[in-house]
Design a protein around this ligand. Structure first.
Ligand code: ADP
Ligand code: ZN
Ligand code: ZN
Length: 720
């Protein structure tokens, strides 16, 4: 008699087909096994979720079930902890378990049949074997950077000791340049030496922005464990590369996996340690498909497995910071602090600012009107050029000017398809919409009134670069050559490899002044930058998004961390901030490099306003052809929600806010609206969302919602 096998498949989002389907097979199949099954007229990849002999009361008479087409048995089944991670993620983020499971597997698996996969698996096993025979060279000349014998600082030793002796999870709160990477490396090393099959997962926000971290892990561990033991997993790899890397981790050949947020779902049967570097980085939260937070899932996964988890940051997310308060106050993470920069005080007295750059606030209301860069700042940059040191100017807006405007009538360079302005790019004289991608030549005259006097308003990185060229025209480098100015942003780094080339130029000292967006504020270890300036950080102070100050503070702290990383230059390093609000508490905390003070201030505000982490939130986002359709859908959902809440007194704590159009209401002619759901209790919110989900589907099927294109729930949204 055939057995009933429950298989997860990927069904189209919002389709009526459940993602767990029942098939028949002659034998029981272990949960976690990959199979190919028929779905409609297609043949698709599936994951066996449960396997049962037919119970006495059959829900599906077995003879009516379609049979499993083939079993991909060259791979060991995905283990119970992986399956529980998928289950949890689906439940928590309100997605079907099939969608989450299939999205968590490398996409290339979907196109492989049993024999193709078996061949690939055999080939990888051979490669690993031959690599193991040839590579390990334990006595390799090691450079300073990869030296595993160098003297640790007291703070590093303390942090490592506690990771070893306590269960965690840990929040490694370490200033930029305090040597967090060395802590990750040592914890990894100890674990791998102790346990010959243990695996470590190291997550970074974006691989190409953290090349140093990846290199450090390879340099230190590839000579010892073989090149194949250190693998990457990120979206910059081809589907085949990703599949190979995934397979190696699944088979246990990989000892260290370095990856972006997608790596949190890698199958690692012997996972013992998870590191999440720059844990505050928003890119850990996925912005499409199942909107999970890879950081939060890493913590969950670690707890499931009894694996250690280290979250590291100089400016932790306020959520993680709050979680790491004293355990008597309810904290669940253990905070490990490394306040001092390396090289600034090993065995010496603590230097001013712990070796971090001096912060200088320039009150722009006291500077010449319309000045872009205050004269004293220009002076400071010029002095550095003359000394052969580098400066970094940050402006979080690419292009030449955010809008073109007619000087006669009201015309502005609005995008016809979005509720946003098109940005002027001078380099190719185009107007580009940064939301829908619309690109047009700049009109010669005003399209409305014919006036030829249309001018750029405001400033982006392209214009800032032009200003600098002009302002620094007479400045010479120590060798007498003219100043070299460069710009790094999404426009200059579009081509593959161009970011690396440009960064290499900065590292080589060919560039004196670098202009860039937040892209350059993160992670890079620039040795010769002694001045970092934020040209216009004020916008974020008054944003509608309650997380804007947190992001600004972290960006500026990270940016400050780029300055003076070379201890010899540390003394003279400075961070300049041009602002009209020098009294703002955010800047006061920044001046002292005092993240805890900033966090306390912000958390106080959030507590008074009942915002996260004092409440849990979810957003329902709707996209539709008309604003009306989106509104009808969300109003229906709200009504259903209110009814549901009325029935269940335990759910009273949940608040449903009215639907509101998103800040950029229309993108590519699609109307976007959202509705906030909030509760002081995460559990109550979760219960409510689970119960509410069916009503949302029902609302979406209403005839009035015909123009609705898609909708989704975003649990723990990062931007509101
Ligand atoms: P973080 O990740 O905390 O910003 P890094 O790990 O990049 O800091 O460390 C900053 C610099 O200090 C790096 O160049 C690193 O090689 C060096 N470093 C780390 N630990 C030590 C140590 N114990 N002794 C000397 N240098 C160290
Ligand atoms: Zn006009
Ligand atoms: Zn547009």
């Amino acid at each position: 008699m055939p057995h009933q096998i429950t298989v997860l498949v990927q069904t189209p989002a919002h389709s009526q087909i459940p993602s767990a389907l029942t098939y028949s097979h002659s034998q029981v199949i272990d949960a976690g096994t990959l199979v190919r099954v028929p779905l409609g007229r297609r043949d698709v990849l599936g994951v066996v979720w449960a396997s049962a002999s037919p119970p006495p009361t059959l829900s599906h008479p077995a003879e009516q079930l379609r049979p499993i087409a083939s079993v991909l048995d060259s791979l060991a089944p995905l283990d119970a902890t992986w399956r529980s991670l998928i289950d949890f993620s689906a439940r928590y983020y309100q997605r079907s378990v099939g969608e989450v499971a299939l999205a968590a597997l490398p996409s290339h698996l979907r196109s492989l049949q049993a024999d193709g996969l078996a061949k690939r698996v055999a080939k990888l096993a051979d490669e690993t074997k031959s690599a193991q025979k040839s590579t390990p060279r334990s006595e390799q000349a090691s450079s300073n950077e990869s030296d595993s014998t160098r003297q640790l600082t007291a703070a590093q030793m303390e942090a490592i000791g506690r990771v070893q002796s306590e269960p965690g999870p840990f929040l490694l709160f370490g200033a930029t340049g305090s040597g967090k990477t060395e802590v990750y490396l040592r914890c990894t090393e100890q674990l791998l030496e102790e346990d010959a099959s243990a695996q470590v997962l190291v997550m970074v926000p974006e691989i190409n922005l953290t090349p140093q971290l990846v290199r450090m892990f390879s340099d230190r561990f590839a000579p010892r464990f073989g090149q194949a033991a250190v693998q990457s997993l990120h979206s910059g790899m081809t589907p085949v590369q990703r599949l190979n890397s995934w397979l190696r981790a699944h088979q246990g050949h990989t000892r260290i996996l370095l990856g972006t947020r997608m790596a949190v779902f890698a199958s690692m049967p012997r996972l013992r340690l998870i590191v999440v570097d720059e844990e505050h980085d928003p890119s850990y939260k996925s912005q499409d498909g199942p909107r999970h937070s890879a950081r939060d899932l890493a913590v969950y996964r670690g707890q499931q497995l009894g694996a250690k988890v280290i979250l590291g940051s100089a400016t932790p997310s306020l959520e993680s910071w709050h979680q790491s308060r004293a355990s008597e106050q309810g904290g669940r993470y253990l905070r490990l602090t490394m306040a001092q920069r390396i090289g600034s005080g090993i065995g010496q007295s603590v230097p001013p600012n712990n070796g971090l750059p001096r912060v200088r606030l320039v009150d722009m209301s006291h500077q010449p009107k319309d000045c872009v860069i205050a004269p004293p700042l220009i002076q400071a940059i010029a002095e550095r050029v003359a000394r052969g040191q580098q400066s970094l100017l940050l402006l979080n807006r690419r292009g030449y000017a955010p809008v073109l405007q007619c000087q006669d009538c009201d015309w502005k360079s609005e995008c016809p398809h979005c509720s946003a302005y098109r940005v002027f790019h001078k380099i190719d004289r185009t107007l580009r919409c940064h939301h829908c991608g619309l690109l047009e030549k700049v009109p010669r005259q005003c399209p409305d009134c014919g006036n030829q006097d249309i001018l750029p308003m405001g400033r982006g990185t392209e214009r800032l670069e032009e200003n600098l060229v002009h302002l620094l025209a007479d400045i010479r480098r120590p060798d007498g050559a003219p100043v070299a100015i460069a710009r790094i942003d999404a426009d200059t780094t579009r081509l593959k490899g161009s970011l690396e080339t440009q960064l290499a130029q900065v590292h080589a000292g060919e560039i004196d002044v670098l202009v860039g967006t937040q892209m350059v504020a993160k992670g890079h270890d620039f040795r010769h930058i002694t001045l970092v300036a934020a040209v216009n950080p004020d916008n974020a102070l008054f944003s509608a998004d309650f997380r804007a100050p947190e992001r600004l503070f972290s960006l500026l702290m990270q940016a400050a961390g780029r300055a003076g990383r070379d201890a010899a230059l540390g003394e003279s390093s400075e961070m300049w901030l041009q602002t009209r609000y020098p009294q703002h508490t955010l800047f006061a905390a920044l001046k002292q490099h005092d993240y805890p003070a900033f966090a306390q201030d912000q958390l106080g505000e959030r507590e008074r306003a009942g915002m996260p982490p004092w409440s849990a939130q979810a957003l329902v986002r709707a996209e539709a052809r008309t604003q009306e359709a989106a509104q009808v859908f969300l109003s229906c959902a709200r009504q259903a929600g209110v009814q549901l809440l009325g029935q269940d007194s335990a759910n009273r704590a949940v608040t449903l806010y009215p639907p509101v159009p998103m800040t950029i209401q229309r993108v590519a002619n699609i109307e976007r609206t959202q509705m906030l759901v909030e509760s002081p209790s995460r559990a109550a919110l979760q219960r409510f969302l689970g119960a509410w989900h069916d009503s949302l589907h029902a609302c979406a099927r209403q005839p009035d919602c015909k123009g609705l294109i898609r909708w989704a729930i975003d649990v723990d949204p990062l931007s509101i």
